[in-house]
Design a protein around this ligand. Structure first.
Ligand code: BG6
Length: 791
């Protein structure tokens, strides 16, 4: 007997002390559970099931329960709804059918709906609870209010609970809250202080359901259990980087009114991924069950995180988001939302242990797969000359796999070139039979794999933790404000940034790949959309023009009018330079509608343009007489040539009409033009070629499907257009790519879709002809107006 007493004392000593977990609910008594919003979505999907499971686990513990589903609707309307939900709860596999039926029946009998609208409703509820306690002679253990309602209602409900529903002393009160806990630091602070006037901090249970995920909850215990293996390698000398990733395939249709105000950073990164990051990097607590120590260690990480600026984040938005917003928020077609649905953020901890270790937090909707994980990738300094399949040559990594993805179950995976993790927890088991699955670059058999013996829903776990008063699994006010303190400056910086548009699913290809350079992160492929503050901006000549990159080439962007002004100024500058240098300027111009504005600008505003020394060539021509309005030359003549003083002999229309017929191969029109170019243009290298791009990505008269190779070295060729007039004459890429400067002019909203696509396709001139424009020694510049760039 003395041994038992001693053991009990030892246990009490370990558990006692300041700020430690108070497992008050262990004292048996009556517990009243109230789900406010008890017929809502979350309650229906997870909460009632979680409380049923709590009931099942506690049924023989000496505790008794009453369950109340609360809501604004009157009881006669909502009661049938509540019971529909309650009837759907299920038992775990180890409970027999008969027992399950019995437990469900009891659970249903213990449950009722109550309208909870006014203060009187809450007072009635309190009276009801007290009467029941008295009638049945029960001691009260506590009252649990789960607020499954929009956050704006929290303060008011907390106030009502405080005023009317507090249990008598000796029994606990716990109020559970769901995110969002504010929109930024300031609003989170306001909400916290409103709640703080009704509830004590220890009475508030702020849910982050990621803390209820079995693998997330296991991070600290795993780090402690494997301390002797991890201590030597859990540092900057060994960790290459940390990746915390939640990829989702779904869109946010139906949730836009909420989502458009929050976006992925507030919805996922500020809470779920940040929590995982702190668990991975915080100092290990001496006493894992001390919520105070765990909190202090977490707060220490927050204070060591380097501030996040705009160079530490990239954002994206799936393509159809815009129209979903227009629809769900009743906006017009030109409404643009900048809310990101994808974000990749690079964090660093300013501590000797983690100095310069990149910590990537990534999440997005409409990605290629649903998967969540945290990976610690270690440096591998072994160079394998030959046997690449040897485990020593493979990535060294520990993966906390939250679920879904290729593996489909939660697990902790340690690559076999690291160590064999210990397994002391009876609720976890080792996976030994390996299916043909690969996880983050390694096949399953290259890992030691541990998984929970029984998979449990995060909400079910958290409900049992609320009941046990385990505060570690919840977000304290300090923790919350520290997290908003980290994210708020970044969110304000990004608030006017344009997210990169991505098509969604597998089509995203490598569009959202990111590249880490020192402390900065950027998209790996060239930009589609750049926020104005990411671009250099010039205001020369009194207009605002931005510069950036598109498909590895320079890009100039502005509103249409300014863009054309800038292009005209650039053409004149080059013309003057060429004339100064060689006495002549060779300019090749395209047809189509985009250049018209440029022609007008040159004709009406550039009186000092050196036309006398300029030769005007055609980039392409339609096989129609030059006197027809359809002819490119006709348009050029009408809109430009007839307005400027250019010598006739400097004008070079394409010879599409020879021997009284149009574009007949044997007439050799293309060769004639080529000869003329070769004779007059030094090295056949035009000083300036102006191109446009069509909706099908054709440029000049080089259309998708044209066999570019068939042109060999020819500078001019006859080509086929899918639209009338079908026959064309065009400069080939051999001619275009010899030029000293090529400008690609793209204007109008109609081109935005194309621009988005072009931003991610590889060079493939036969499919996407414009991708064949790659001046060998010259320079390509995209001139894109905001409509084409931003849609
Ligand atoms: C929620 C977010 O908190 O977490 C959702 O509001 C997101 O947008 C979800 O889909 C992800 O959770 P899980 O458990 O499906 O990974």
């Amino acid at each position: 007997m003395s041994v038992t007493v001693l053991l009990l004392l030892v246990t009490l000593c370990v558990q006692g002390g300041y700020g430690e977990e108070r497992e008050e609910a262990q004292r048996p008594g009556h517990v009243s559970v109230v789900i406010v919003g008890g017929t809502g979505d979350l309650a229906k999907k997870y909460l009632w099931q979680g409380f049923f499971q709590l009931y099942v686990s506690q049924v023989s513990s000496g505790n008794t329960f009453s369950f109340y589903g609360g809501g604004l609707s009157p009881a006669d309307k909502a009661t049938p709804l509540l019971f529909e939900i309650l009837k759907a709860v299920s038992c775990s596999k180890d409970v027999s059918q008969e027992r399950c039926a019995l437990l469900k029946d009891q659970f249903l009998r213990l449950s009722q709906y109550r309208q909870l609208k006014t203060l009187e409703d809450y007072q009635d509820l309190a009276e009801h609870i007290e009467k029941q306690l008295q009638q049945e002679g029960m001691t009260e253990a506590g009252r649990l209010f789960y607020l499954s309602v929009p956050a704006f209602a929290y303060a008011d409900i907390a106030d009502k609970i405080n005023n009317s529903c507090r249990p008598a002393s000796g029994a606990w009160l716990r109020v559970v809250l769901e995110k969002p806990f504010g929109h930024d630091f300031r609003s989170a602070q306001v909400l916290a202080s409103q709640l703080g006037s009704s509830l004590k901090d220890e009475e508030m249970y702020r849910i982050d359901h990621y803390l209820g995920k079995q693998v997330v909850a296991k991070i600290l215990p795993f780090r402690i259990e494997n301390k002797r293996f991890l201590d030597p390698i859990w540092n900057k000398q060994h960790i290459e980087r940390v990746e915390i990733v939640l990829k989702e395939t779904l869109d946010v249709k139906g949730r836009i009114p909420f989502y458009d105000q929050y976006g992925v950073i507030r919805d996922v990164l500020q809470n779920h991924l940040t929590e995982v990051m702190t668990l991975l990097t915080m100092r290990l607590p001496v006493n894992l069950s001390s919520s105070e120590e765990v909190l202090q260690n977490k707060l220490h990480i927050f204070s060591s995180l380097l501030p996040l600026g705009k160079n530490q984040a990239v954002i994206g938005q799936y393509q159809s988001y815009k129209s979903e917003v227009q629809q769900e928020l009743n906006k017009t077609k030109d409404h643009v939302s900048l809310t990101p649905t994808f974000a990749a953020v690079l964090a660093h901890i300013d501590e000797a242990q983690y100095e310069d270790v990149p910590i990537l937090l990534i999440s997005g909707k409409m990605l290629d797969e649903r998967v969540g994980y945290a990976r610690i990738l270690f440096k591998n300094d072994i160079f394998c000359l030959q046997n690449h399949n040897s485990i020593h040559c493979k990535p060294k990594q520990i993966v906390f796999y939250f679920g879904h993805g290729s593996l489909q179950y939660p697990a902790i995976l340690v690559s076999k070139n690291l160590f064999k993790p210990v397994l002391t927890d009876s609720e976890w088991k080792e996976v030994t039979e390996h299916t043909d699955v690969s996880v983050l670059g390694l096949s399953l058999s290259d890992y030691y794999v541990q998984t929970p013996t029984e998979q449990r829903e995060a909400y079910t776990e958290l409900i049992s933790h609320i009941f046990a008063g385990r505060k570690n699994s919840f977000i304290s006010t300090e923790n919350l404000l520290a997290s908003w303190g980290l994210w708020t400056p970044l969110l304000s910086t990004l608030s006017s940034s344009f997210p990169r548009i991505y098509p969604g699913g597998a089509d995203n290809g490598d569009l959202l790949d990111v590249c880490l350079k020192g402390k900065d992160i950027s998209f790996n492929s060239e930009v589609v959309i750049i926020s104005p503050d990411q671009m250099g901006s010039t205001s020369a000549g009194g207009f605002q023009v931005m510069q950036g990159k598109f498909r590895s080439a320079n890009m100039v962007s502005a509103w249409a009018e300014e863009l054309v002004e800038r292009l005209a100024a650039d053409v004149q500058e080059l013309a003057e330079a060429a004339v100064r240098e060689s006495g002549v300027f060779h300019l090749a111009l395209s047809g189509g509608s985009s250049p018209l504005a440029l022609f007008h600008r040159l004709a009406l505003h550039h009186f000092s343009f050196p036309w006398r020394n300029t030769h005007v060539w055609m980039v392409d021509e339609r096989c129609v007489p030059l006197t027809e309005p359809e002819s490119n030359f006709y348009t050029l003549h009408n809109h430009l040539l007839q307005h400027v003083r250019i010598p006739y002999y400097n004008i070079h229309p394409m010879p599409v009409q020879l021997n009284h017929r149009l574009c007949v191969e044997e007439d050799g029109g293309a060769q004639l033009y080529e000869t003329e170019i070769s004779k007059l243009v030094n090295g056949s290298s035009f000083h300036f070629v102006l191109l446009g791009v069509g909706y099908d990505s054709h440029t000049a008269s080089l259309f998708p499907g044209t066999k570019m190779k068939d042109f060999g070295e020819s500078l001019v060729a006859l080509t086929e257009s899918p639209v009338k007039p079908h026959q064309r004459m065009s400069l080939t890429f051999s001619a275009i790519n010899r030029a000293q400067r090529v400008a690609l002019l793209v204007m109008g909203k109609g081109k935005h879709e194309l621009i988005t696509q072009l931003s991610r396709v590889k060079d493939d001139p036969e499919k996407w002809p414009v991708t064949g424009v790659k001046p060998t020694n010259g320079r390509l510049v995209w001139y894109m107006d905001y409509d084409a760039l931003l849609g």
